[in-house]
Design a protein around this ligand. Sequence first.
Ligand SMILES: [Zn+2]
Length: 275
Amino acid sequence: MNDFENIVKRLSAPQVEQGDYMGEDGLLYCGKCRTPKQFRMETPPMEGRLLPCPCRCEQERLDREAAEQEAQRHRHAVAELKRRGFTDPAMREWTFANDNGRCPQMKHAHFYVEHWDTMLAENIGYLLWGGVGTGKSYFAGCVANALMEQEIAVRMTNFALILNDLTASFEGRNDYIAQLCRAMLLIIDDFGMERGTEYGLEQVYNVIDSRYRSRKPLIVTTNIPLHDLQHPLDTAHARIYDRLLEMCAPIRFSGENFRKITAQDKLARLKNLMD
Ligand SMILES: [Zn+2]
């Protein structure tokens, strides 16, 4: 027998287990699920030869194994995106599932995720503006988490960190900005700290303008009132704000201060405990 025949013979031999039986059609059947473990070739050159195939329970086992492998791959991919995408591991908990339902704007976050393809294609972002503690960062975190769970690369950071990194590595600056622009969605939290040095403003403009030219969406959270963004005091701010307003649809967070409410809730609970 030559090598080829050996291989065919080995491939042709089905895995026989206890309880398996020969059917009336001459094929080997699985004793558990009573479906064939073999099939007969019906075309030349191997016409009439019996070849192994998975019975139903074996196929179900293979399918479960493949699904589990895929689920594991997906979990790893999402974990890696979240590890690289967030500056603070706590942000991984800022999800729709953990939302307390108190933020009336949250429907816009759901809308954004549900219409992500359009947002990406049309390069539409959000400008989340309003007072401190109204839930803007949490809103942005929910969008980030939901998209990352679909294996979409999101980067959520802020200008304090960006300026820090840019100052630390003068040579790597272009690479760093290019990397920010590679994320499908860039989220810049707490925009407005650039009100300061000329150097800071220049870098902020570089980042915003690069993102603008990448034609990919940007979400910004800020305490600066929309009116101030629309009426900048000088040209250095005007060119930054104009870009932002061109890329980002403004959403006003006028709600209550959640941080204050949480603090009040805690005080009330403490009072109850003491009574
Ligand atoms: Zn079976």
